[in-house]
Design a protein around this ligand. Structure first.
Ligand SMILES: Cc1cc2nc3c(=O)[nH]c(=O)nc-3n(C[C@H](O)[C@H](O)[C@H](O)COP(=O)(O)OP(=O)(O)OC[C@H]3O[C@@H](n4cnc5c(N)ncnc54)[C@H](O)[C@@H]3O)c2cc1C
Length: 565
């Protein structure tokens, strides 16, 4: 039975940063990932990472922009931690080898991003996530004696002991089908977001909300789950992302009449208002018949206004995406986009050291977690920052906890349960629905009713569908009955995770009877600070039903005010 001081689930930026910090603090570490580490979704991050590194900037300005971006739902103590520690973190990345773009005077170059009052986004062309992820992977090699990697292992459950502490996980070696119990003094969830519960989404196929559902299952509260980010520029055909970096470099948004319609919605920031505002503006134009394209269901993103040389240098990936996935040369003509699911602001509730309340030994960091630094709406380029700052802090804290904690003794009860669960899935008769069919219906339903605009009736409908799909998933069958690389059976487990996340999302969206950030309720169109300046927490009390409670928003220096861009 492998045992480690610190066990990390997920090898994206949050997981690898946590591993580096824990290893540097002297802990024995293991990272488990269901894919090879550099295939984690972090590799797709394009536009950049925010930090107030310029001489004309100040971390307080970054913090204020983040608070305003969050529509005053973010916890200001956590936002202060993130923004004040950002410059040091980005410089640290430079020093360990991330080749950030530099300007003509040799300083870090910064690009404009949505909701930011100054240029504050450091970048490596439009492959920033890939650049950072590869450098962290290299750096971890130095610690090969104390960091074990379990690549292509799939975690099926977290384990709690009789005192209520998290003491490890059960995982399956995808190559062989062998199951194993891992024990740990501290366990860090860094298993990413849940975008695949929506269709389409910008998220990779592996973003199925596993960690959110696993923590929920053992009683950890989830927070801000209703806050789902729709990114303003995703391809109409398939939901692929066109980075906000495009608008940062100066690209325009045009409706079907050729108007730069953002003038009406955000006269100061125009295309660079925060994402919720831009997505809503686009959706309004489309809904009111001013969409672009053959079916008027899109908006034109015009990148031809950016000098071609700059596009080819700083936005080269999206030049390829435009050609390969929409047949459009973005240096020559506008490309058709629309708002698409991109990010979940909510997740496993944690403090600023990544600890989940009420479950000693359990930590979460990155997109799986909700600290909450993003509140109702995340600013572009603040997620990479979130993964690194809170990944590092969780790694450090988890390592420190391990110093004064004895290695837990764990029996194989959970292992046997999970082995049985997998046997049961494999032996289901073929008279149920297909996994892919259920997943498809889930994604389409979420995208129809839990998107940019929401209202009671649609949300109730979505809840009904999710509950029915949860029942249908119990008898959904898999084709592959083998043990070697049986992705089919893992797909069935991931479907359960997505359904759990979706139910929490829908219940929270029904609960919040106001409009704030990404949650726009057509039936409650105003923000209502008096009643709703609070987080919605969703937890399970040992049954299959989501329970709602509230927690206060921490305000340090910025009182809620009207939000205008
Ligand atoms: C296309 C795209 C572009 C983006 N661009 C930007 C940007 O420019 N700037 C920005 O700030 N943000 C951006 N984001 C958001 C940001 O990239 C993500 O929020 C962030 O990278 C998430 O990192 P993470 O470490 O939390 O998780 P991920 O990188 O998603 O990693 C999750 C890890 O968990 C593992 N895992 C999951 N479940 C299991 C399981 N059951 N068992 C074992 N392992 C498991 C996976 O294998 C993976 O290693 C973008 C997102 C997308 C989708």
């Amino acid at each position: 039975m492998p045992s480690h001081d610190v066990l990390i689930i997920g090898a994206g930026l949050a997981g690898q940063r946590a591993a580096l910090a824990a290893a540097q603090a002297g802990a024995s570490v293991a990272i488990i990932s269901k894919v090879h580490p550099v295939r984690s979704h972090s590799v797709a991050a394009a536009g950049g990472i925010n930090a107030a590194v310029s001489v004309d900037d100040d971390w307080r300005s970054h913090a204020y922009d983040t608070v305003k971006g969050s529509d005053f739902l973010g916890d200001q103590d956590a936002i202060e931690v993130m923004c004040s520690e950002a410059p040091k973190e980005v410089l640290h990345l430079e020093h360990i080898g991330v080749t950030f773009h530099r300007n003509d005077s040799g300083q870090l170059d910064l690009r404009a991003f949505g909701g930011a009052s100054v240029k504050r986004t450091a970048y490596v062309a439009d492959i920033t996530g890939q650049a950072i992820l590869h450098v962290l992977y290299e750096q971890l090699m130095k610690h090969h004696e104390t960091v074990d990697r379990y690549e292509e292992w799939f975690v099926t459950s977290l384990i709690k002991d009789e005192t209520g502490a998290c003491v490890g996980v059960v995982a399956r070696d995808i190559r062989t089908g062998r199951m194993e119990t891992f024990t740990a003094k501290s366990t860090i969830l860094a298993s990413g977001g849940a975008g695949q519960a929506f269709k389409p989404t910008t998220n990779g196929l592996i973003c199925t909300g596993d960690g959110i559902a696993q923590a929920y299952e053992i009683g950890a509260p989830l927070m801000d789950m209703e806050m789902i980010q729709y990114h303003p520029t995703t391809l109409v055909e398939n939901g692929f992302l066109i980075t906000e970096g495009a608008r940062g470099e100066g690209a325009h948004l045009l409706n079907g009449d050729g108007e730069r319609f953002m003038e009406k919605y955000a006269p100061n920031k125009m295309e660079l208002a925060s994402r919720d505002v831009v997505s809503r503006a686009e959706q309004t134009e489309i809904n009111e018949g001013r969409g672009a394209g053959p079916n008027k269901e899109g908006i034109y993103l015009d990148i031809t206004v950016v000098p071609k040389k700059r596009t080819l240098e700083a936005l080269r990936e999206i030049v390829n995406i435009g050609k390969d996935f929409a047949g459009v040369d973005i240096t020559e003509e506008p490309i058709l986009i629309r708002p698409g699911q991109h990010y979940i602001m909510g997740g496993v509730k944690t403090d600023v050291d990544g600890q989940a309340p009420g479950i000693p030994g359990l930590y979460a960091a990155g997109e799986v977690a909700c600290v909450s630094v993003h509140g109702g709406n995340r600013l572009g380029a603040n997620s990479l920052l979130d993964t690194l700052i809170f990944g590092r802090r969780a790694g450090e804290h988890a390592a420190a906890r391990a110093l004064h904690t004895a290695m837990p003794k764990v029996d194989d009860t959970k292992l046997r349960e999970d082995e049985q669960r997998i046997k049961d899935i494999i032996s289901r008769p073929k008279d149920g629905r297909r996994i892919s069919e259920i997943k498809d219906e889930l994604g389409t339903t979420m995208n129809q009713y839990v998107a940019v605009y929401r209202e009671e009736e649609g949300l109730q409908k979505a809840h009904e569908v999710v509950r029915r799909l949860k029942e249908e998933a119990k008898t959904a069958y898999v084709d592959d009955q083998g043990t070697v690389f049986n992705q089919d059976v893992l797909g069935a487990i991931e479907l359960d995770y997505m359904l759990e996340c979706s139910e929490a999302i829908v219940v929270a969206a029904i609960e919040r009877k106001e409009s704030r950030g990404a949650q726009f309720r057509v039936d409650y169109p105003d923000r209502n600070d008096e009643e709703w300046q609070k987080h919605i927490d969703i937890s399970r009390n040992g049954d299959d039903v989501p329970h709602v409670s509230y927690s206060p928003v921490t305000i340090t220096q910025w009182q809620p005010e009207e939000r205008k861009y």
